[in-house]
Design a protein around this ligand. Structure first.
Ligand code: NAD
Length: 260
């Protein structure tokens, strides 16, 4: 379905981004991976995906808090593949603390990685999409782009911001063959959430399993995690002709979290 298309997925060495990169490659797109991790493990992941999906898979180690790195990543995808058609802004981090105790450096890092990186990458990738009269900018926001939780001031601010960026880019590209959409997952069991489960287990002196159920029970009525595979399939749908008129929207995959 996506043969001949070229994609960048930021933060794709783990969790949701990894699931999205696999879905895009398996649908025929060439993919540029990005993210941190052990160099040997990343190379193993890159080579395995390339041979399983029979597409080109490249890797760029851009630090998403650094605009010059981001520009270099997009330029490198252009050089390697000949252009960028699909940009998935997924890289993200979390820090949990009340606002009075929230460390300034964590605030700055979360705004840079979870919000500003999407601006820099979108700005750099749009010229290729305009030249091709087709493009998909898919921002991985969160239910926290639409509602808040205590102790997540920076994350909630960044995720609300990325939904605003999504709407603005959608208006500026409307009718050009390019769409811009935000995906808002509820809880997904990735390393980012495992840290919060471990903290909850330690604070309440309960088992990790009990902490996991408590986390889901507080917010996600289905009491089931959303999976990276489901998010990957949603990205494929957004790349399909059926989704041509879906732009500027925020699509929830949250087991009913936002319905409450
Ligand atoms: P994760 O920790 O498993 O993966 C994060 C990825 O981002 C990794 O590949 C990591 O190396 C990369 N990354 C982090 N900082 C980076 C930087 N400075 N430069 C480049 N790459 C960097 O987390 P995840 O849960 O898969 O989260 C992915 C996205 O999904 C984030 O934007 C997150 O906010 C969002 N999200 C997650 C959940 C959830 O429940 N896990 C829910 C809603 C939204």
């Amino acid at each position: 379905m996506l043969k001949g298309k070229n994609a960048i997925v930021t933060g794709s060495t783990s969790g949701i981004g990894k699931g999205i990169a696999e879905a895009l490659a398996n649908a025929g797109a060439n993919v540029m991976l990005n993210g941190f991790g052990d160099a040997g493990e990343i190379e193993r992941q890159r080579a395995a995906l390339s041979s399983a999906a029979r597409v080109e898979v490249a890797y760029h180690g851009a630090d998403m808090s650094k605009p010059a790195d981001i520009r270099d990543m997009v330029a490198s995808a252009h050089k390697t593949f000949g252009g960028v058609d699909i940009l998935v802004n997924n890289a993200g981090i979390q820090h949990v603390a009340p606002v009075e105790q929230f460390p300034e450096d964590k605030w700055d890092a979360i705004i840079a990685i979870n919000l500003s990186s999407a601006f820099h990458a979108t700005k750099a990738a749009l010229p290729d999409m305009r030249a091709r009269k087709w493009g998909r900018v898919i921002n991985i926001a969160s239910t926290h782009g639409q509602v808040a939780s205590a102790e997540k001031s920076a994350y909630v601010s960044a995720k609300h911001g990325i939904i605003g960026l999504t709407k603005t880019v959608a208006l500026e590209t409307a009718g050009s063959g390019i769409t811009c959409v935000a995906i808002c997952p509820g809880w997904v069991l990735t390393p980012l959430v495992q840290k919060q489960i471990d903290a909850k287990a330690a604070a309440g002196n309960i088992s990790p399993e009990a902490a996991k159920m408590a986390l889901l029970g507080e917010k996600q009525p289905s009491k089931e995690f959303t999976t990276p595979e489901q998010i990957g399939q949603t990205v494929l749908f957004l790349c399909s002709p059926a989704a041509e008129q879906i732009t500027g929207s925020a699509i929830a995959l949250d087991g009913g979290w936002l319905a409450q």
